[in-house]
Design a protein around this ligand. Structure first.
Ligand SMILES: *Cc1c(COP(=O)(O)O)cnc(C)c1O
Length: 414
């Protein structure tokens, strides 16, 4: 069956969205109208009628549908199938690797297989589909690269105009793919939060819709499917620990929401994974807030790391990340760029799996956490590789052979 075959879903089958809720105050907002942040400037979360949902669909039914994220349609906000803007958001594999910490079952959820080479596709297929449903057609965002690429691709597919702003040192391939996929893209001499300020001004003066993560309610619903999918892949169980490379934290918050919704409909038991927020030591606002026992994170100064996707000095959902980490009995941990590069190198060479720097950060963090006793070597662990390693600069490899000279084959093996 083609991945775009949605014959299992009728054109206007109702979804189960009940209302939107301010994540800080609990205040309710009407569904089916356009929203950004709540009145107090905090993220809005989608709430579903989970009783009606559990009466309408079973996990077996979901299991028989085409293997893409839309098989979880009842848990998602798009009301009309015709509004789904899709590029084939396939189920991503769980790949066992040699435990970087010695012992233990370590699985990498390889999100690099998704359209545009990163899990940003999950969020943007949802946000663009909802923008279509709600009648918006000019979208703007700040990005460290991958989100902008996904916005460009889905926006073009939906016939929308997209405006993307990225830090000037964003990986070259990201800037070019954004342009090629039809967005207008600018490099800004600052960090992602400075790009966000430009987007904000554009929304005020140009009427753009701001699709910054967690500043509209639906990207998180797309990223939530990582949690739904992971539970399904593990036979409706959860791993002991999840290591997640945390920038804006949308995926971590989204998975935590997914597990709560699955438990509410009876598809999961009481077990929850420990959620570990992984950051780079050059940009670790969440780690600092976690260690300080704070509810919110302070903006990180002079942020720098090779893991560009997690170079986020200030996250609007900081309190939600910290809540999920603490509620789950998890922790936040920072790793250096050297540790990231070493882990990437080791796993590529030993397991044949080229991780993005952000994914490699989770492997380095796992290794350190086993060494320090924060996780047990017996734990079943899932590491998130959120982007395709091919999208990043790689170390040079310049060995060459002159075919006009005799080849010294013995020398090739040393
Ligand atoms: C965006 C991104 C992240 C961070 O994801 P959040 O859910 O926003 O924290 C991690 N890795 C890669 C490759 C990314 O593109």
């Amino acid at each position: 069956m083609a991945i775009t075959d949605r014959s299992n879903l009728s054109a206007d089958r109702p979804t189960f969205v009940d209302y939107l809720e301010c994540s800080a105050t609990g205040e309710r907002y009407e569904a089916d109208v356009l929203h950004g942040l709540s009145d107090v400037g905090k993220p809005l979360l989608v709430r579903y009628d989970l009783d009606a949902l559990s009466a309408a669909v079973t996990k077996d039914e979901v299991g028989h549908r085409p293997s893409d994220m839309w098989r979880f349609r009842e848990f998602l906000p798009v009301r009309r199938t015709e509004n789904i803007v899709s590029l084939g958001e396939t189920t991503t594999p769980l790949i066992p690797i040699t435990s970087p910490g010695g012992g233990g079952e370590v699985l990498v959820k390889d999100e690099g297989r998704l359209p545009t080479g990163s899990f940003k596709a999950r969020g943007l297929t949802m946000a663009v589909s909802m923008a279509k449903e709600l009648g918006v057609s000019r979208l703007a965002m700040p990005t460290n690269g991958n989100a902008g690429a996904a916005l460009a691709a889905y926006g073009s597919r939906a016939g929308m105009e997209t405006f993307v702003f990225c830090p000037e040192d964003t990986p070259e391939v990201n800037v070019r793919e954004i342009a090629l996929q039809g967005a207008r893209v600018w490099r800004v001499n600052g960090l992602i939060n400075h790009c966000g300020q430009i987007v904000k001004q554009g929304t005020e003066t140009m009427g753009w819709f701001d699709v910054s993560t967690l500043k509209e309610p639906y990207r998180i619903e797309g990223k939530k499917t990582m949690g739904l999918e992971l539970a399904e892949q593990l036979g409706w169980e959860v791993p002991d620990v999840i290591f997640y490379p945390t920038g804006g934290g949308t995926g971590l918050i989204g998975m935590w929401k997914a597990f709560a919704e699955l438990a509410a409909v009876g598809w999961l038991g009481a077990d929850r994974p420990r959620m570990v927020a992984v950051q780079a030591s050059g940009c670790a606002p969440i780690v600092k807030a976690f260690e300080d026992g704070a509810d919110h994170a302070e903006e990180w100064q002079d942020a720098h790391t090779v893991a560009s996707g997690i170079r986020v000095p200030a996250a609007i959902g900081d309190f939600l990340i910290l809540d999920a980490v603490r509620e789950s009995d998890g922790f936040a941990i920072a790793v250096t760029d050297d540790e990231i590069n070493t882990a990437q190198n080791e796993i590529a060479g030993r397991d044949g799996l080229l991780l993005s720097p952000e994914g490699a950060a989770t492997a380095a963090a796992y290794k350190n956490a086993v060494a320090s006793g924060q996780v047990s070597p017996d734990d079943r662990v899932v590491l998130f590789n959120c982007g395709n390693g091919l999208k990043y600069p790689m170390p040079p490899s310049d060995a060459a052979i002159d075919r006009h000279e005799p080849v010294d084959f013995q020398a090739l093996t040393v």
